[in-house]
Design a protein around this ligand. Structure first.
Ligand SMILES: Cc1cc2nc3c(=O)[nH]c(=O)nc-3n(C[C@H](O)[C@H](O)[C@H](O)COP(=O)(O)OP(=O)(O)OC[C@H]3O[C@@H](n4cnc5c(N)ncnc54)[C@H](O)[C@@H]3O)c2cc1C
Length: 437
């Protein structure tokens, strides 16, 4: 069987792994529009979470397995068309993630100084699409809107000292800009209350360990108990979040030079300013049956930058059925159309950790096996040969596994320990490090 997997992030690689466990002789070609593999493990997960990024070692084994080929720097929809993939492969699996930021939908969101989390995180992580963002960090106050782990990542990275980031793989351009910033007050803002926040306790507790930053929480805003409505499987972690938040509120000692203000029940109404951000207007909310209801009471924060970490959507691809409302490929449990499937964030939206993709991949491949058993695949798809001929004809310089390893080694070699790597952040520098130009 010839299989094309589009996207070399966790969902693509776990799906490749599940396929080869079931059908060891399968030929799998994994495409990525970047010259580098591993999706958000490289470009999303926070640079100071190196132990989480270590999953890349397992992915490396999957990508280098005989019968599996990596085609980096090949964008489906630009370098190869969807119909060309369908003509070349027995199975096509999309695992392209959800790379675009959801918008806030409020006045002022296009002002200079407002960034989506995909762009902001991509900037400090050296994603070629976002490395040149140069966010405005020249003010003293910045707001991060969102109550999930991505929002925590952003405030934590901004609050850390250079010494605290020394063993991270934050890109040098971002480390320099954060070091030169004059930020003293970071606001972490949630529309709903502390019970509804989707932080995970370990990540939330990290805020309490920052060298130069206090966490300010109004203890009166933190309920004693999560209450009966929280589903059983989430009770323990939500309860733990409340304890951690209360512990922040109870701290005393010498004040530190920076503060993270954790604000709940505050919905953004408008971003203020003319030439650039000068403030954020918010409305107090009340949570009724899990929803944030406005109260009419408004207030303003004098911030100079805003990062919106409120979710992502998948960009549509020409010809691939798309669900506009949900912002992902139209699919039924992963099935898009005969021989075509979706996995990971482009299948079910942006939720779940890296490991979730492993479980999901197992379920998807079981479904594919059932479909194959009930409806035989058409014979005679040519696989890799047809596609490499098209790429050569079009002058696309693709990166194979060996070329990726050259990039990997060069990035490690040019970093100053304890920094694990200094990433190349442009397509040109990546191709040059791979020696394909
Ligand atoms: C900021 C952030 C921090 C996170 N931190 C953690 C964490 O600490 N721990 C944890 O467990 N999980 C974390 N996650 C979640 C984890 O990253 C996701 O669960 C996982 O990456 C989703 O995998 P995916 O394969 O669906 O998408 P992705 O990882 O986004 O991979 C998609 C891949 O598809 C490629 N692609 C896109 N379009 C095309 C195209 N047209 N042609 C070819 N290739 C294409 C992209 O370049 C990318 O490599 C984080 C997520 C974010 C956003």
């Amino acid at each position: 069987m010839h299989v094309a997997i589009v996207g070399s992030g966790p969902s693509g690689l776990y799906t490749a792994d599940a396929i080869t466990r079931l059908w060891p002789d399968t030929e799998i070609d994994i495409f990525d529009r970047l010259p580098t593999p591993y999706g958000l493990v490289r470009g999303g997960i926070a640079p100071d979470h190196q132990s989480t990024k270590a999953v890349a070692r397992a992915f490396e084994r999957m990508l280098s397995r005989p019968g599996t080929r990596f085609f980096g720097n090949v964008e489906i929809g630009r370098d190869l068309r969807y119909d060309e993939l369908k003509a070349a492969y027995d199975l096509v699996i999309f695992s392209v993630g959800a790379e675009n930021d959801r918008s806030l939908g409020i006045p002022g969101e296009n002002l200079p100084g407002v960034y989506g989390a995909a762009a902001f995180v991509g900037w400090y992580n050296g994603h070629p699409r976002h490395h040149a963002l140069e966010p405005l960090l020249d003010g003293t106050a910045l707001a991060v809107i969102g109550n999930g782990n991505v929002a925590l990542d952003v405030v934590r990275v901004l609050a850390k000292t250079q010494a605290e980031l020394a063993d991270s793989d934050i890109c040098e351009h971002a480390a320099r800009r954060i070091d030169a910033a004059h930020l003293t007050d970071l606001y972490l803002i949630g529309r709903r209350g502390p019970i509804e926040a989707s932080f995970t306790p370990v990540e939330l507790a990290e805020l309490g360990e920052l060298e130069r930053c206090d966490v300010i929480v109004d203890p009166a805003a933190i309920a004693a108990d999560v209450g009966p409505e929280v589903p059983e499987k989430e009770r323990k972690s939500r309860q733990r979040n409340l304890e951690i938040l209360r512990s922040f509120g109870a701290r005393s000692g010498e004040p530190k030079p920076m503060r993270i203000h954790v604000l709940f029940n505050a919905a953004p109404v408008a971003i203020l300013g003319e030439e650039r951000v000068r403030g954020l207007q918010l409305e107090r909310t009340r949570v009724i049956e899990g929803r944030a209801e406005p109260t009419g009471e408004r207030f303003e924060l004098p911030v100079e930058s805003v990062v919106a970490a409120i979710g992502y959507h998948t960009p549509a691809l020409p010809g691939v059925p798309f669900d506009e409302k949900r912002g992902r490929f139209a699919n039924d449990d992963g099935f898009i159309e005969p021989g075509v499937y979706a996995a990971g964030w482009c299948k079910h939206g942006p939720r779940g950790v890296v490991g979730t993709n492993r479980t999901d991949a197992g379920i998807l491949v079981k479904r594919i096996a059932e479909d194959i058993a009930s409806q035989a695949l058409p014979e005679g798809k040519p696989g890799t040969g047809a596609v490499t001929a098209l790429l050569r004809e079009r002058g696309i310089r693709f990166i194979d596994y060996a070329a990726w390893k050259r990039i990997d080694e060069a990035e490690i070699a040019r970093a100053t320990p304890p920094k694990p790597r200094e990433k190349f952040v442009t397509i040109a520098s990546l191709l040059s490090a791979a020696s394909v130009i």
